[in-house]
Design a protein around this ligand. Structure first.
Ligand SMILES: [Fe+2]
Ligand SMILES: [Fe+2]
Length: 208
């Protein structure tokens, strides 16, 4: 494959998708950040990978999520979209490497949602890195960016948004699940830094 032609197609498919309440192309921007974080995790943890396969799989891990039918896994659906839209650009082994990342990006072995009865698979280390990167991109600066969009959509005040972060059961459950589901120690360190950053940010929105 030529990476420039594949990346041009990726942008064509993902750049103008609008997923309320985020900015147009949010899933592409999220995917690009996840690709950078996953590459960094692989480097830190010494995980062997094919850099271009890792990058393309990570960028497209949520492709089509906005329009995924209810009851259908967006991971499996995304892999099908890539098989349909990129067959002319990718060699078979490239396609299978990219689709393997997309298909298994939600199969987090440590998650409380992981069903080992139906997913008797050993998720490869570079895919575990993408999973961690996906979690990490929902915290820190990206987490604040997301929360601003959701706050605007729900007409929440800054203080209500801060209280949601600190006090809501949903927010507490989400932090607990995110902590539990990470695969690597370096990811856990990064997550705690991101959470501390968000704590400090939201504290400035709380009335004294
Ligand atoms: Fe996803
Ligand atoms: Fe994601």
């Amino acid at each position: 494959m030529t990476s420039s032609s594949v990346l041009a197609r990726v942008r064509l498919v993902m750049a103008n998708v609008h997923e309320f309440p985020c900015e147009p192309g949010y899933r592409l921007h999220h995917g690009e950040r996840v690709a950078d974080i996953a590459a960094s995790i692989c480097e830190t943890e010494g995980i062997a990978n094919e850099p271009l396969i890792l990058r393309l799989g990570a960028i497209m891990h949520d492709i089509g999520k906005n329009a995924c039918p209810k009851g259908v896994s967006h991971a499996a659906n995304g892999a099908k979209i890539v098989e349909t839209h990129f067959a002319d650009l990718l060699a078979p082994e490239e396609m299978s490497g990219i689709c393997e990342i997309i298909s298994h990006h939600c199969d987090r072995p440590k998650s409380k949602w992981f069903d080992s009865r139906v997913k008797a698979i050993a998720v490869k280390p570079h895919i575990l890195a993408v999973q961690d990167a996906d979690v990490l991109d929902h915290f820190g600066p990206s987490g604040i960016w997301l929360s601003l969009h959701w706050a605007a959509a729900k007409n929440s005040s800054p203080e209500e948004t801060a209280r949601y972060w600190f006090d809501s059961p949903q927010s507490n459950d989400w932090r607990a699940e995110s902590r539990q589901s990470l695969n690597f120690e370096s990811s856990r360190v990064t997550l705690e830094k991101h959470i501390m950053m968000m704590d400090a940010f939201y504290k400035t929105w709380m009335k004294q």
